[in-house]
Design a protein around this ligand. Structure first.
Ligand SMILES: [Zn+2]
Ligand SMILES: [Zn+2]
Length: 287
């Protein structure tokens, strides 16, 4: 049986495996179509595509864009984006810089509470990836200020804690516009993350749809079967394309496995074609 997984992270953002390793793991998991959706960057796609070609795995060019919807961090997945589009890359660069810029301010706040880590340590933890809070968390664990990544976030890094610094993010509508202008399909990621009722979600989807939202991430590692069927019903009602993926990150979220999430994720292969068709139609209007 072929599996698909349309939500994967690599070392180009906060995942622990390189794109080549992600593809290798996908191959082992019998995944035939995958999408690398690193946060705010498409830089890992070329490596993933190259690695996938020898296995006959299809790599859909993708990205996960950080944004705000009604003051809450909201992630928008972009599928079949034209990652060679200069304008699109400009937007992503701006977004990565906004992630980058807050790191020295976070470190400064940490110094004030006696946590003495350096920018160089965090940069080293990020490697070639786009630097972010997970790398600060990694250093806090390495230097034994906290035992786990989760505690690094809850004690120091998350909203409301000692060293939290807000990040400048585009509005979700703006993020959707960027994806659409590059010919991609914009899908609202992990709708179960922000705890909200189904009717609130419906209002958000309808509003974002007027700005170009075309998909909803129905199949996701942490969705209960009830959520999955509710979201599938909502996607159907609003004529949104259902998308799905594990949100694999490797060792930073060790319970999530490529293709199967926590073991029972089943992303139907048949969702790929409607997504592809949608992108095809988009490209006609963009050009
Ligand atoms: Zn996300
Ligand atoms: Zn993700």
């Amino acid at each position: 049986m072929n599996r698909i997984d349309l939500h994967l992270h690599s070392t180009y953002s906060d995942g622990s495996y390189s794109p080549t390793d992600v593809v290798e793991l996908a191959h082992q998991a019998q995944v035939s179509t995958l999408c690398l959706t690193d946060h705010d960057t498409t830089d890992g796609i070329a490596e993933a595509s190259q690695a996938a070609s020898s296995y006959g795995i299809e790599v859909i060019p993708g990205v996960e864009v950080s944004s705000l919807y009604r003051d809450k961090e909201t992630h928008i997945l972009g599928y079949f984006v034209n990652h060679e589009d200069a304008q699109f890359q400009q937007h992503l660069t701006w977004l990565r810089n906004s992630r980058h810029e807050r790191i020295p301010r976070i470190i400064d706040k940490l110094h004030h509470v006696g946590v003495d880590i350096s920018y160089e340590d965090v940069k080293a933890a990020a490697g070639h990836g786009s630097i972010g809070r997970p790398h600060v968390a990694q250093v806090l664990v390495q230097q034994r200020y906290v035992p786990t990544i989760e505690q690094a976030f809850s004690r120091f890094l998350k909203e409301g804690s000692t060293a939290y610094v807000a990040r400048q993010l585009p509005d979700a509508k703006e993020a959707i516009r960027w994806i659409r202008e590059s010919g991609g399909v914009a899908s609202l990621a992990h709708p179960g993350w922000v705890r909200q009722s189904l009717s609130e979600l419906e209002i958000a989807c309808r509003e974002l749809q007027t700005c170009g939202l075309q998909g909803l991430e129905v199949f996701y590692s942490s969705h209960t079967s009830r959520q999955t069927s509710e979201y599938l019903g909502l996607a159907h009602r609003l004529n949104l394309t259902a998308t799905g993926g594990s949100d694999f990150h490797g060792s930073t979220r060790p319970d999530i496995v490529i293709g199967v999430g926590r073991g029972n994720l089943n992303i139907p292969e048949k969702i790929v074609e409607p997504l592809r068709q949608c992108a095809k139609e988009n490209r006609k209007t963009v050009q």
